[in-house]
Each structure stands twice: as C-alpha cells, then as structure tokens.
Design a protein around this ligand. Structure first.
Ligand SMILES: *Cc1c(COP(=O)(O)O)cnc(C)c1O
Length: 716
C-alpha cells in the first residue's frame, strides 16, 4: 500500500512532471534541476526560500503556461527529467547492486530522530540531523535499499531572534504543510493511514507522511491528529522536548510506532540501523515480533542483534537519554510480558552498570542489543570503548566491541555550484562519480591559482551580500535597535581575512574561546594593514541557559564599538546560512573541549570548498589534519589542565597562530593580487577532504562492513 495524498498542483500537460520533481528532494542536490525551478521565476524562487513546492503553489499560472511553450525551457526540462527518470524512477544499476547484492535481498530500515535535508524541511537541530540527511541522499546515489523513519515536528521550528541585550528569544514557526514536500500516506480505503502504537498503554495513535529523497522514502510519524487526546497530540510537537515523560513518549512513538508503521505498510526490514539512541525501542519491537511468532526471547534477541547496526554519536553524558524506572513502568508494564520477560529482566536490558539505579539507559540498551556498533570517528571509537567498558567487564578496553565509521558529507549537497563548475572544468565532468578516489582530487593542483582565488572571492562576496541583505530586511521590518542590526555584519569587508564559526551553542564547543583575551583580539581585528573579521552564527537549545549565556557574550563582543564592527553575529543559523558560510569564509574555526567533539562535519563542508580549518585536534580533525591543509592547536587531552586555565592556554595558542602564521600568510600578496601560499593551503584542504570525508566513503563503509554481514546472518 502506498497511496499518497498531497494538495493538487496544476501544471500544463507538457511539463506536468515538474510536480513529481518538486516533491522529490533529488532536485536539491542537482544544480541543473534547481536552475529549472529558478528559471520559471527568479522572484518567486527567492520568495519561496528555494522551495519548489511552495513556489508552484504560489506562482502565477501564466508563467507555467508560458514555460510550457518556451523551446529553451523545454530543452532544459527534458534534460532534467531524463536524468531524474534514469536515476530515480528507474532506479538503475547502481553501486549497491554491483557490489553487495540485489536490493530486494537486503531491505534496511534507518531510524533517526532528526533529518537535515533542506531549509524547507525543518526537521533537524544540528549535526546529527545533517548526517542522517546526507546518509539518505548518498544511499539514493549508491542505490542502497533503505527505508527511513523519523518524526514530523509540526510546531517544531525554532526561529532565533537576538535582543539588544544579546539574549536569544525563540519564536515557534508552525510547519506549513501545504508548502512542504510531504505527502500524506493513505490506507486502501483512501483514508489517512492510522496506526496504533502496539502494546503500549495508554494507547497512542499516529499518522504518516512521506518525503522522497531520490530513491529513498522517508516516513515521518505525526501524533498531531484528532484521534489523540491533547497530551498525545503534542508528543511530536517539538524536537527534543525537555519534559522527560514527553521525551520518553516521543522515543516510544519513534521506535515502536515507527516499526509498526513499517509493518502496516507491508515493509519488511530484516536489517535495522539506528542513528543514535533515540529510536532504540525499535529493537524492542523487533524482538517482540520474533517472540510473537513463536521464538523464545533469547533466540529472538540473538536474531535481532545480528541484524542491527547501532551508531552512537556523542561522548557527552547529557546526550544519552536515561528514563526513570517508574516512568518506564507506567508505559511498558504490558510490554514485558509480551517479550516473555518480568520487570527485572526487562529493566536489566537498559541498565548501565556504572550507574544501575539511574534508570533505563537508551545507549546501554542499544549497545547490548546490537552486534554492529560504531562511533563516528577513530577518536570517538576510543572514547566510546572507555565510556562503555563496564558493559563488557571481561574484556580489556581495547577489546570492547565498538568500532568506528568516520562521518562524511554529501558532496553534491555541500559543494557550491560555482565551485562545482570549476571542478567540472579541471577534474572532468564526471568527477562526482569518481569522488572517492584520491587521484580525482590530485587534479585540483592543476587549477590555476588565480582562477581558484577568484571563484572563492566571488563566494565571499556572495556571503557578505547575503548578510547585508538580511540586515537590511531586519531594519525594514522595524523593531530592532540599530545596534542589533550593526552587530549583524553591516561593517563586513570582503578584503579582510574572514573567520567563520557556526554551530550549536553548547558549552563544550566553546564559542567564547577566541574572545578569551578580548584586548588582544581587538588588536588583531583592527590591524590597519591586515584586518581580520569573524562571523558567528548558531542557536542555543531553548532550555540551555549556559548556551544562551555564551551566545550573549559573543553578541556583546559584536556590539562593542571597540571590535570595530569586525565581529558579526548572524541570526537564524539554518541549512541555507550554513551553505553561505562554509562556502564563503576564508578560514573555519573550531574550538571544542576534547574529547567531546565526536566527529564534527561543518569543517569538512568548508574544506571541500577550499576553506582551510583552524581547529583544536579533536574528532575528525585528528584524522584530517596533515600539516599542510590548515592549522591545529590546543592542549592535548588529559594534560590535567582544568577549565579556565585550559581556556587561557588554548586561546593563547590560537592568537599566536593567527599573529605569526595565518595572518601573514593570507596577506603575503603577489603582483597578481593573491597569496600563493594561501591558495596552496586551500588546495590541500580540498585534496585531503574530498575523497576521505565524503558521505560516499562513509555509506560504502557501512555497507561493506556492516550491512553485508547482516546479509550473511539473514541467509544463515
Ligand atoms: C553541518 C551542520 C551542522 C553540524 O556542524 P558541526 O561542525 O558538526 O557542529 C550543524 N548545523 C548545520 C546547519 C549544518 O549544516
């Protein structure tokens, strides 16, 4: 069953395929498809926030009529549609089929609490979501038989506004379902598919929406439906709610409800991949299905284990959900009999031996009930082994069975289109299909320096013009004090060395580090001949006051006249602003407290576009830094320095590097007006990041190292 319902959009017969194209996110990583929509109307494209569904809803029908008769448009349309059909509608002969097995033999369900796919789909908070979104896109490109499950967050999107005092205010923006690329899943009778979350009492019902991501379907679970009482309706209202009981209910709905939704649609999933612990109850539901088909608990568990992949994404204790036993009891007391367990043996599944009374630990549970477990960088593997050693008390730390697959980014999504054209010219038109071979990237050395620099400079102008436009809109909108508008980048200078820092504002990321000695920083920024500027962006979780205080400190520094307008804080960090920033700044800064950055991906996005990293050695940078492609600094982990002392010393190293190496290199400008040394650094950044930190390399690793073993388990 796969009846879908969406609001009807009329397009003339000759170009009617444009509606299917708009509803498949495939368009978002194909510049030629994006250009097709833009060509219909540049103004509407911009007004819609680059959202073709909204644009087709709002565009004047005459424009569509005209396009359907315009020969140039039709050539473009036919070219895009032919490729769309070849890659998506026919599926085709892709890497997975050629290298692993026939797709029908290995259906995989991928569960994640968030997905970052595009600015028009506000179902993400940060890096975990983009990792999941990039995973789906790459799975489509490689032909993986993946079905994804996630949550619909109808009230979910947090808009960020900063007050004059620098405090983050939150505005909720309800989802505009009619203007979003989602379709409602219907049952055989043509009614919205309604699924009851099995066994759990009191009952919860869900409906389902679908997003198409190339060949990969993503099903989103929605509890905001009439059948539910108000308390249940709000389960999926917000991403990562702070209320523990509501959070538990979210995870029940995602894991158990999500599995039931797949079953109701007749989609079997012999392999399960959990992106972090939030959806781990999906494991429980698979075991229950085994028990209800007649297996003993231990056998059902063993089967499920061998076909489950669990990826843990954080070494931060607060990132792990632990639910009090009383709350678990309230919802699960009908569930453990259905598994053939009693209360004690059921709770034992989720106990962390380090803290057995704390409650049911989702990560401990997922680790115990999966055979394929991984962290998301080599360093994170090491940290995770230490962190979860007590689950395997007979083993040494080195023997703890947690491996790693280093994260990667979806190259077609994060490469800037102008840069992509430059690569097309110098790496060959088909470089994207050869992106995980190091030889492909060697050709970057042959790009003429001036051409690369000019492309980069154009992207930097684009970023600054976009920031000015935002500030202007804010100004026209009225309301904010002029000082707020000034702090948002009005004084930015395209010729100054521009540092970017954008990520969630959470304590361990230490956004404040570069402000540690503010007088020294001001001297660096305001150097007359070699000015420097910093562009900050990022949101704090609405419940995280410590994060908001850091944001305030940054905003106040931006507002301080002594900074000369050379620090900017840009509101509303989302996928679109992320794109502009990782494409357009000169240098990407990262200052986490080691070893808390499990991997980090924004630095990979920057490097791909020729933006070198300036980062603490942690997460992916321990693997990525090679002495030629950027800079590394900071105390080694475990040198025993505590909070403030450590900040002081790390910041001093950062200033030294800036003053002695980075700034002089950037401004060592030759007769052509460029710094050869800097461009060399840019090239090394691209060459080292391109093949190794792509989602292509990552997804192939998951397939080769884990999914293929699951296949053996299914066959055996
Ligand atoms: C890539 C990305 C992130 C993750 O960045 P990290 O460096 O891993 O913190 C967060 N938010 C957005 C919008 C992104 O594009």
């Amino acid at each position: 069953m796969d009846g879908l319902k969406r609001l009807p959009i009329q397009a003339p017969e000759r170009i009617s395929g444009i509606v299917a194209l708009a509803f498949n996110m495939w368009w978002s990583w194909h510049p030629d498809a994006r250009m097709l929509f833009k060509r219909l109307s540049r103004g509407e494209w911009k007004l819609s926030g680059h959202n073709p569904v909204r644009m087709l809803n709002e565009i004047d029908k005459k424009a569509l009529e005209e396009a359907s008769k315009d020969p140039d448009f039709l050539v473009h349309y036919d070219r895009v549609m032919e490729r769309f059909q070849k890659e998506v509608q026919n599926g085709g002969d892709k890497w997975f089929t050629r290298n692993i097995c026939a797709p029908e033999a290995l259906p995989i369900a991928f569960f994640s609490a968030e997905y970052g796919l595009h600015r028009s789909l506000p179902f993400y908070a940060g890096g975990l979501g983009f990792l999941a979104g990039d995973f789906l896109k790459e799975s489509s490109d490689l032909g993986l038989p993946l079905t994804a499950v996630g949550f619909m967050y109808p009230e979910g999107y947090l808009r960020q506004r900063i007050s004059l005092s620098g405090w983050q205010e939150n505005l909720d923006e309800p989802l505009d379902r009619a203007g979003t690329a989602i379709s409602r899943v219907m049952d055989e009778k043509g009614r919205p598919l309604l699924v009851k979350v099995p066994v759990i009492a009191p009952p919860i019902y869900v409906e389902v929406w679908k997003i198409e991501v190339g060949t990969v379907p993503l099903y989103l679970i929605d509890t905001d439906i009439e059948t539910n009482d108000p308390w249940n309706r709000r389960i999926s209202a917000h991403l990562y709610t702070g209320n523990v009981e509501q959070r538990l209910r979210q995870e029940i709905v995602l894991g158990i409800g999500g599995s039931a939704v797949l079953a109701a649609m007749g989609l079997k999933h012999p392999v399960l991949h959990l992106n972090e612990g939030h959806p781990a109850f999906a494991i429980m539901e698979r075991i229950r299905e085994g028990v209800s088909s007649g297996l003993r608990f231990a056998d059902a568990l063993q089967e499920v284990k061998e076909t489950t992949v669990f990826s843990t994404h954080t070494p931060v204790a607060a990132g792990t959900d632990v639910f009090p036993f009383e709350l678990m009891e309230k919802y699960f007391s009908p569930y453990w009999p259905a598994l053939g367990l009693n209360r004690e043996s059921f709770f034992a599944l989720g106990i962390n031996p380090e803290d057995p009374r704390a409650g049911f630990n989702m990560t401990a549970f997922a680790l115990k009930c999966s055979t394929h477990r991984n962290g998301v960088s080599k360093k994170h593997e090491e940290v995770a082994r230490k962190m979860w050693h007590s689950l395997w008390p007979d083993k040494t730390e080195e023997e703890v069975p947690i491996e790693s697959v280093t994260n990667g980014i979806h190259v077609p999504t994060w490469i800037e289109p102008k840069m992509e054209l430059l690569f097309n010219r110098h790496l060959g038109e088909d470089w994207i299909t050869r992106q995980d071979r190091p030889e492909t990237w060697e050709a970057v050395r042959e790009i003429p320096d001036l051409e690369l620099w000019n492309t980069h400079y154009w992207l930097k102008m684009k970023l600054i013009m976009r920031i000015l436009e935002r500030a202007r809109e804010r100004w026209i909108e009225g309301g904010p004090d002029a000082r707020v508008v000034l702090a948002e980048g009005v004084f930015l200078d395209p010729n100054a060395l521009t540092i970017g820092f954008a990520r969630r504002f959470t304590t361990y990321k230490r956004a404040y580090l570069i402000l540690n000695d503010i007088e020294r920083l001001k001297r660096i920024l305001n150097n007359k001949w070699m000015p420097v500027q910093i562009i900050f962006a990022g949101k704090a979780h609405p419940a995280d006051d410590a994060g908001k205080q850091i944001l305030q400190q940054v905003f106040n520094a931006a507002n301080d006249p002594g900074s000369g307008g050379r620090i900017a804080f840009i509101e509303e960090y989302d996928e679109q602003l992320a794109q502009y920033m990782v494409h357009g700044v000169d240098l990407w800064l990262n200052t986490p407290m080691p070893p808390l950055e499990a991997c980090g991906t924004s630095g990979m996005k920057a490097a791909l576009n020729g933006v070198p990293n300036l980062s603490i050695l942690d997460g992916w940078w321990l693997e990525g830094y090679n002495g030629k492609n950027g800079w590394a600094f900071g105390q080694k982990e475990g040198e025993g320095k505590s909070g403030q002392q450590r900040d002081l010393e790390d910041a001093a190293q950062l200033y030294d590097l800036l003053e002695n190496s980075i700034i002089p290199l950037f401004y060592r400008i030759n007769g052509e007006g460029i710094s050869k040394g800097w461009v060399q650094m840019m090239k090394e950044a691209m060459i080292s990041a391109g093949p190794r930190f792509s989602a292509r390399r990552m997804v192939k690793e998951y397939a080769n190292r884990f999914y293929e073993k699951c296949l053996l388990a299914i066959a055996g």
